[in-house]
Design a protein around this ligand. Structure first.
Ligand SMILES: [Fe+2]
Length: 284
């Protein structure tokens, strides 16, 4: 199958990760431009939560961010999962499916995401699996640059590995700005150089999130705190380099009342506006 290169972003503006704990809140399209869920948490869900999700997917542009595709695993691909995701995409008119460039040891929980060795062999392995998923889905997918704390068997640096996978798989990129910040401290590299080395034409949307300061030189990507100023500054730099990419706030733990999250979503919008391009046009 041949997959076309994206000419448009799948969504525009500033988004928010939709979580079940928000079931009693009311999210307005005036405050949030698009929403994201993990498909594994919603496939086959009916009843009150199923109806709640449907209400939102009918009112908002939606993207999905998978947890358990386990693209780097040596185990066979979970084709049943890919088929279910394909059904979910069709059912809810999902604009983009993204996944982590990692693999999961068990059931795909956030902390079980393990790094793929940065080797040539792993590039071929992962790229082949991404192509297989894209063929099955009959659409491109976006892979996210992940945070990692150990780099087993490393032959390539992170940027070379990431770019080689994107190129060989001919897939897109979900640019996680917090992960670049966290990795740049934990692995001592220049985050701006990393940003400049990414292929703008493959970026579909971006993530920002908060993390945990374990120590001065050890940051843990928890999605459990507000976004910190250096990450907002890095997002500004990312827009300067790549344009005001649609950007979503991820919050998975210690989720505060909605108004607090909306302050952060509004900050994404204002940084996009400052970046000097009409983000609501959505094409580039
Ligand atoms: Fe992310």
């Amino acid at each position: 199958m041949s997959v076309d290169h994206p000419e448009h972003y799948p969504v525009d503006g500033a988004g928010l990760g939709l979580r079940r704990s928000m079931v009693d809140e009311s999210i307005s399209p005036d405050a949030v431009d698009f929403l994201e869920v993990a498909p594994e948490n919603w496939i086959g869900v009916g009843g009150r939560f199923g109806r709640w999700l449907r209400e939102y997917t009918e009112r908002f542009p939606f993207v999905i961010h998978g947890l358990s595709l386990s693209i780097g695993s040596p185990a066979p691909l979970d084709l049943e999962l890919v088929r279910s995701v394909k059904g979910f995409i069709r059912e809810h008119d999902i604009r983009c499916y993204s996944e982590h460039l990692s693999y999961c040891s068990d059931h795909g929980h956030l902390y079980d995401l393990l790094p793929i060795p940065f080797t040539e062999e792993a590039v071929h392995h992962v790229a082949g699996r991404i192509r297989q998923v894209q063929d099955l889905l009959e659409q491109r997918i976006a892979m996210e640059n992940v945070s990692y704390y150990a780099a087993p068997g490393r032959e390539l640096d992170e940027l070379t590995f990431l770019n080689a996978v994107l190129e060989e798989a001919d897939c897109d990129l979900l640019l996680d700005v917090n992960n670049i910040y966290v990795n740049s401290i934990n692995h001592r590299y220049d985050p701006l150089e990393f940003l400049r080395g990414l292929p703008a034409e493959r970026i579909r949307y971006a993530h920002v999130a908060g993390h945990f300061d374990e120590a001065e030189d050890l940051k843990v990507d928890t999605h459990g705190a507000p976004v910190i100023d250096p990450v907002w500054e890095l997002l500004e730099q990312a827009y300067r380099i790549h344009g005001p990419v649609p950007t979503l706030l991820e919050r998975d733990f210690n989720i505060p009342p909605l108004p607090e999250l909306l302050v952060e979503v509004a900050r994404i919008r204002s940084i996009q506006a400052e970046a000097g391009e009409a983000v609501h046009v959505g094409c580039r």
